[in-house]
Design a protein around this ligand. Structure first.
Ligand SMILES: [Mg+2]
Length: 228
């Protein structure tokens, strides 16, 4: 185990491209109506694809501005199609969430379970859809219980590198920043936010920063090093 881990009792994790992958399946090649119709929706495919695309574009344009509250998917859909009933907004929101949610592979599930034997774990993540799709998936994958606290940005509208989610999780865990370590794949959002609350950060993937405590190709490599 690395020396710098000896004084850390908790690991706070980013989610997308840190332990879930294949997220954000949006773009011109996507047919959102497939999931929407599976969920029981009756709007024509062209309307569904146009609305989800417009919703994604609206949010993508605003995602770089973390100083303002980030709008939610349902409120954006409402804004774009005020004629739609609440049940339709809900179906479209669920469709959006299914395209946004990434996947957990068996090796990452194992790594999380192993890390949790040595460290308290939590998550600080930016998602655009309501959190239910992820909570359900975490339950199905049997990893929800591994996390003492999770900050989903769509609960409060503050996206990283805003310090809000970091502070929320530190408070929930009754943890001082120096007792925790953040692991994420974005120098701007993950390291930026962690540093702003006084917490060390390790970067995984291709991101590089002189301010990072360490770099690893991925969370699996970190896990191997930390638990050896
Ligand atoms: Mg990420």
């Amino acid at each position: 185990m690395q020396d710098y881990l000896k004084h850390k009792q908790a690991i706070l994790l980013d989610m997308n491209s840190t332990f879930l992958f294949g997220e954000d399946r949006f773009g011109a090649e996507q047919d959102y109506s497939l999931i929407y119709h599976q969920l029981g929706g009756t709007l024509p495919s062209s309307k569904v694809n146009q609305l989800i695309t417009a919703c994604f574009d609206y949010l993508a344009e605003r995602y770089s501005n973390y100083q303002q509250r980030f709008p939610s998917v349902p409120e954006t859909l409402q804004l774009l199609a005020s004629e739609l009933a609440e049940t339709e907004i809900q179906l479209l929101t669920n469709t959006f969430a299914q395209h946004e949610r990434g996947y957990l592979s068996a090796d990452y599930a194992r790594a999380l379970r192993q890390l949790q034997t040595e460290f308290r774990l939590s998550v600080v993540t930016d998602i655009w859809s309501p959190k239910q799709a992820w909570l359900t998936y975490f339950e199905e994958q049997n990893i929800l219980h591994l996390f003492e606290a999770i900050s989903f940005s769509s609960d409060h509208g503050h996206v990283k590198p805003s310090t809000y989610g970091f502070e929320q999780v530190l408070y929930a865990m009754q943890l001082q920043p120096h007792e925790g370590l953040f692991i994420g794949d974005s120098a701007h959002r993950d390291l930026g936010g962690a540093k702003s609350v006084g917490m060390d950060c390790i970067l995984v993937g291709v991101a590089q920063s002189e301010q990072a405590l360490d770099h690893f190709p991925d969370l699996l490599a970190f896990c191997d090093a930390a638990l050896s």
